[in-house]
Every structure is written in C-alpha cells, then in structure tokens.
Design a protein around this ligand. Structure first.
Ligand code: ZN
Length: 684
C-alpha cells in the first residue's frame, strides 16, 4: 500500500536523517554561522532604498535567513554583504520572474532525478529476470545525494534563501490566511533551504538509524519454542514472528480461533511484556535452538535448563542512540529539537496540538460504549490485548472465488488494467475528457512485489502503477490493492499537473495521499459493477476505525512522552530510560485504558517497534485516520469527481490550511465520534 514520493530537497533538509541526504564536505561540526548582527543590519538598511515597501518584511527575513546558513567556509563577512547586495531582488515584478526560473529548474532537477531513480530501480521493481548484485548496486544508488551540498557550494541555496525566506509553521498559518497562491508558492520555495546540518552528524544519524533497523529486523520469536510449564507449545513448530507487528497480527488472527485462541493471545501478550521490560532472555531472540517459557522465564535446551541472561536494555540503548544522534543536529536548524522537526517540520502539526487532540479523543464517552460492545461480542470481560480487537472488519459477503473469477477474466495482464482506467474514472463520475487526460499520465507496470504507486515529479512524466498479476490473471486481492494504488496515481497526477505553481505540487503529508487511495479502494466492487448490499458495512468500518484510533493515539502519547523525557534527561542510562518508559506507558494506560479494561499498570502501549526504528513517526498514523475519515465524509456528500479534482489541486498547503479549503472544517475528532454514535445504533 505504499506510495513513493521522492522529495529530494525537502527530505534532506527537514528530516536530516534520511539515508540519501547530502554530504556537505564544506561544513563540518564547529563550522557555525559567523555573520554578526551589525553586518546583517547594515545589509538590510543599505538594500531598503532599492526595495518595494511591501517587500521590507521579505528583505529582513531573507537577509537574516541567508546569514543563518552562511559559514566561514562560504566566505568572509564582506563577501556575504557583497553577495546580498548583488542578488537581492527588491522589485516584486522581477521577483516573480526569479521565482519562475527557480521553479522551472527545480522541476527539472526533481523530475529527472526521479526518472533516473525509477529507471535504475526498474530491474528490482519489475519482473526483469534474476536480480544480480549489479542490479542491487545500481538500484540503491542515490542520484540526488549530493544535490544539497552542490546547491550551497554554487550559492544557489543562498540566492533562494535570500529572496524567498523561510516561514515557520506558525508564520505560515498566521500569514497564510491572507496569502495569495503565489505567496504560498514563494513560501514553499523558501522551505527548500532551511538548515544546514553538518555531514558528519547526518552520517552518524544514518548509521545509528540502520543499526536500529537491523536490531528490529532480526527481532524474531520462534513461536514453536515458546512453551508452557509442561514443555508444550500452542504454536506450529515452524512459526517465526517478528516483533511487534507479527506478534500483534497473531493476536488479531486468534479472535477467530474458538479452541485455544484466548490462551494463545495470553501467551503472546506475556512475550510482549517481557520485550518491553527487557526481562526476555537475549538468547531466545532469533534463536531456533532454545525453548522458553515466558510465564516463568525458564530457558531449556534439549530438555535441560540453561542459564540465560536478559537482553540488558538493548532496546533502550537503541532509542538513546537515535535520540543523541538527532539531538546533536539541534543547534544547526531553526527547528531546534527532534520533536519539533518531526511535528512542525515533517507533519506540520505541532506536538502540543497533537497531544491535546489525542487526549480529547481518548477521554470521549464513546470509548466505554464501544468497549462494552466488544465485550458483548466476545462474550467475556476485556483483556488488555483487546486494544487489537479485530471483529469489526466488514466482510464483503461475496464469495471470494467468484470475485477472483471476475477479476482474473477482466485483467489477464497489466495492459488490460491500463486500458480500463478511463472507464473506471468515468464510473466514478469524471468526464470522458478528464478521464482520458488522467489515464494518459498513468502507466501500469507488472510488479515483483505486491505493488505500489510511484508518482512523477515533473510535468511530461508519468505516474507508475505497479501491480502483481499471476499467469492466471489478476485475483481479487491483487485487484483490491491495485485500486488503492490507482487512487494514489490519480492524486499524484492531479496534484502535479493541475496545481498552479510547481513548488506547491503534492499534498501536505502522507496522510493526504493515503486518504484518496483508501477512498478508491473502498469503491473497488462498485468499479466491478457489484453493489455491496451489507447495510452494516459502513457502521462496522466506523467502529473499526474508532478502535484503531483509540489504540494508536495511546501508543503515540507514550512515544511523545518518551521523547520529552529524553530531552529533560539527556544523560540518561538505558536502565533509567526503561524505567521512565515503563512509567509513562503505565500512566497513559491508567488514565485512558484502565477505566475501560478494569486492570491497572499495563505497559503494552510501549511495544511498538516504530519507537526504535522510526523515531517520532507514530503520531502520523493517528492523523492519517482522522484526515481520511473527514475527506471520505466530505466526498460522500458531494459530487465525487468534481470535488476530488478541486481538493487535490490545492497542492501542498499546510495541513490546517488544506483542510479548511478542502472540507471547510479544521482537523477534528468530532466527525468520527458523531459517526460512532450512529454506528452504535446499527451494530449491536
Ligand atoms: Zn497507500
């Protein structure tokens, strides 16, 4: 279900820790901004004479911003003064010409780099025979890795920073209310060069990041070796589950198991708590030779007890490594903490706003009502792992073999799906002309994996829909995913081709592209000409969505709390961090879950692997669900095709500004809650 966005500049500048970021050899730790206040003031007053009055604010911000990026290695103070005097454009009409040129060139860079990456990766993404080492080496080559470094070296970065200054999120939201589209486009150009993080810090963060990836990727539990007091296992001998995703999914799949599902869930839960508190023996991780009873923590080999030391807080050491690598960047960016960079920078919603919204949701009266319904459907009191209750999934009610027969016949190959795109768009309400216009810009390719959508980055290029089609034709599961990816492609096309300014192309963040993908995916049967007659379907989906939000918001609060604690205690040891996380997880549980589940002091909200290998990412999911829900509600009550076009043409405003324009409402928990109230009347 992934979508591939190549944001060369943006990811390099804002996240500062992606593996393909620049290596700026000019700038190393210690090479700090060196332009004095006096010089900055001197430049501003000397340029005022040749500047339009309405550009005074831009002049001041621009000079200050360029100065904040200038290092001793870029030139002397006199050279800085000279650079500003030669290159600041005080005339508003001429500035637009500058914008058009910069924007055209950036589109060329983004666009062709994207095409090169697509081309180099093609043998990995499409079935083109055996993959050899040479394919992987070319496929992982990052063509844009040195772009940012080059832009500072040739001074393009300073030229843009000086003329199109950076506006903070707060400023964007405040000034943005009165900005024209052109002013928004200028501000987004200003986002391209906002900070200059030394290359050794970026490299260090990349190294710790991949170490954490590996730590998580190898965290397998051999479930056939997880035994009870009598040495018996409830799980198949060959079952290997990766923490935490597979463990969680195994809990979910056991809701249908009426024989010993509850017992199996309880065992997995015990495994999870031992991972969180680190009492898990290090030797049972990723090891097929040892048997382990998580209830007593006894480890045996060939029936004989063995001594096995615990993991010794390795989990928390990984988190601290990431924290320190990211904290080291703080002094080099205007968003001077990793928390700010993740929230204000990447998501463009502040952490306090996110926290407030999540706490409101978790306190809603609906939580207890839905919990009571789940307990009734399960026929028992709730257990803590029921945060992953899976019983609201709406089944289509139509035999899947019948659906397979339909899709296999209709789509024997990628070309068949390709030629059906205009019809699908017209079925959704697009005019014939618009349907062909969009269809012309999407290319359907056969995929090696389950499929993905890869957008274009310049006009004239196509978005790619990768879908896996077996020799027998596309089965229903593959079709369902292909329709999801198709939704991504439609968004990618409209938000590139129909947006008025290139620097505004795209959507505010990943939640906004997922929204349209899910909207399409939900209509997959309708596109086959089948009407789903299950009246409870929507109510079930609403309840499912609500319960997922209840879980992920709690998890996100633990993640946020952990990062705030680390900033308050930067010298903490792994053992101290563990104690803090256990306490934070219990506090969130006791406040919002214990009253519902009837049991206190559970640590389960700290199980997510994202806390280790995707620092501060979890809150994105919660916003994703909320935004999707609001967009879906809006599209349900309006002319679908007209609104999809209008909304996705808005481009990359901030999430708050985008939602106001798109659905005429702020991001809010109210629509979900209102719909849950309705759903509770339908699902008993
Ligand atoms: Zn997706």
């Amino acid at each position: 279900m992934r979508t591939i966005l190549i944001l060369l500049f943006v990811s390099a500048v804002i996240s500062g820790c992606t593996p393909n970021v620049s290596e700026n050899k000019n700038v190393t730790t210690g090479d700090m901004p060196n332009i004095s206040e006096v010089t900055i003031d001197k430049v501003i007053s000397s340029l005022k004479g040749s500047t339009d009055k309405d550009s005074y604010q831009r002049l001041e911000k621009g000079v200050k911003h360029a100065a904040s990026l200038w290092r001793a290695s870029d030139g002397t103070e006199e050279e800085f003064v000279d650079f500003c005097e030669k290159n600041f454009t005080g005339d508003s009409d001429r500035l637009f010409k500058v914008y058009e040129k910069a924007s055209r060139n950036i589109e060329i860079l983004y666009g062709y780099f994207n095409e090169i990456t697509l081309g180099l990766r093609k043998p990995l993404d499409e079935p083109m025979g055996e993959i050899g080492p040479i394919d992987e080496m070319f496929g992982s080559y990052s063509v844009g890795a040195h772009l940012i470094e080059d832009m500072y070296k040739n001074k393009i970065a300073f030229y843009i920073a000086l003329n199109f200054p950076y506006y903070s999120l707060k400023e964007k939201e405040e000034f943005g209310k009165n900005w024209s589209r052109k002013e928004w486009a200028y501000a987004r150009l200003g986002d391209v060069f906002t900070s200059r993080i030394p290359s050794d810090l970026i490299r260090k963060a990349g190294e710790v990041g991949s170490e954490s990836e590996m730590y998580i990727a190898r965290y397998n539990i051999y479930m056939g070796n997880v035994v009870d007091g009598t040495g018996k296992s409830l799980f198949p001998a060959d079952m290997v589950l990766l923490a935490h995703w597979n463990l969680r999914d195994e809990i979910k799949s056991n809701y249908a198991n009426k024989t010993n599902g509850l017992e199996k869930q309880g065992t997995i839960y015990k495994v999870m708590t031992r991972i969180i508190d680190q009492s898990i023996p290090a030797d049972v991780i990723n090891n097929k030779d040892l048997k382990w009873d998580p209830a007593t923590n006894q480890v045996t080999k060939d029936g004989k007890p063995v001594d096995a030391a615990s993991e010794n807080n390795a989990r928390y050491q990984q988190i601290l490594n990431n924290f320190r690598a990211m904290k080291a960047m703080d002094e080099y960016t205007p968003l001077n903490s990793a928390i700010k960079r993740a929230f204000e920078g990447n998501m463009e919603i502040t952490q306090p706003e996110a926290e407030k919204l999540f706490r409101e949701f978790l306190s809603s009266k609906e939580v207890k009502q839905v919990a009571a319904l789940i307990s009734k459907r399960l026929g028992r009191d709730l257990k803590p792992w029921d945060i992953w209750y899976d019983g609201f999934k709406a089944r289509s009610g139509i035999d899947e073999t019948k659906l397979n027969a339909i899709t296999e016949k209709r789509y024997p190959n990628a070309a068949a799906f390709q030629s059906d795109i205009p019809r699908m768009l017209m079925t959704l309400g697009f005019s014939k002309e618009k349907a062909n216009y969009i269809a012309d810009k999407i290319e359907v390719d056969p995929a090696r994996g389950s499929g993905h959508a890869w957008g274009a980055s310049m006009k004239g290029s196509k978005a790619h829909l990768r879908t896996r089609i077996p020799a027998s034709g596309m089965n229903y599961k593959g079709y369902n995913i292909a329709v999801h990816e198709f939704g991504h492609n439609v968004e990618q096309t409209i938000s590139l081709y129909d947006v008025d300014y290139y620097t505004l192309h795209g959507v505010p963040n990943t939640a906004f592209t997922e929204a349209l993908a899910f909207v399409f995916q939900k209509r997959d049967l309708m596109l086959l000409g089948i009407n789903n007659t299950d009246t409870k379907k929507e109510a079930l989906e609403t309840l499912d969505n609500f319960w997922s939000l209840y879980e992920i918001m709690g998890v996100s609060l633990v993640d946020q709390g952990m990062w705030k604690w680390m900033y308050d205690n930067p010298e903490a040891t792994p053992a101290q961090l563990k104690e803090a996380v256990l306490k934070i997880a219990k506090d969130v549980w006791n406040e919002y879950y214990a009253p519902v589940f009837g049991v206190k002091d559970q640590t389960i909200l700290a199980i997510y692997s994202h806390m280790i290998n995707a620092p501060l990412y979890l809150s994105n999911y919660a916003f994703g669900y909320l935004i999707q829900f609001q967009i879906e509600q809006h599209l349900k009550n309006s002319d679908f095709a007209t609104e999809v076009e209008r909304i996705y043409k808005l481009g990359r405003l901030t999430p708050v500004a985008w939602m106001k324009e798109a659905v005429h409402k702020p991001i809010s928990i109210t629509p979900v809650l209102t719909n849950v109230d309705e759903a509770l009347k339908i699902v008993k």
